[in-house]
Unconditional design. Sequence first.
Length: 183
Amino acid sequence: MAHEDEDLIRRWQAGEPRAFEDLVRRWQQPIGGFLDRLVGRTDLIPDLAQEVFLRLYQAGPRYREQGAFSSWLYRIALNVARDASRRSRKTVVLEQEPSANGISAERRIEQQELASAVAAALAELPPRLREVLVLRHYEEMNFEAMARLLLTAASTLKSRFAVALERLRGRLQHLDWHYKEKT
């Protein structure tokens, strides 16, 4: 995937507009999902994603292969999300939609209550803790990749992740909630 991204960037920088369209098509859904989990306002996602790709388009001529394209793109998206958060001055909320496939109405209500409680607890986290949780849990980034993206030592990010989980546990202990690392 990284090789294909680099090829598309080279073609786009060489003047092939279709290559940029292919980059957008390739990354539109992952970036939209990232923004949705980070910002939590579905109504804003199309505009924020458009801003990400506009910034990518504007910065494209300056891109040099000094790391993964995905890290660079996620960095742009993270900055857009931070800017939107500053502009709105509203609490950023993460939502986790429960699956409705084959579960009872009672179980679905329990899942919705848990999702609401988790969203509320996440909204109370400082942005730096929330970002680490989103990148680690939802984007499944390792700490080294996050360190490159956030320009912060991996050890610091591990500490932030641990602090964020501890705060979530404290807020959700009445629900007997336990974080399970994805494998």
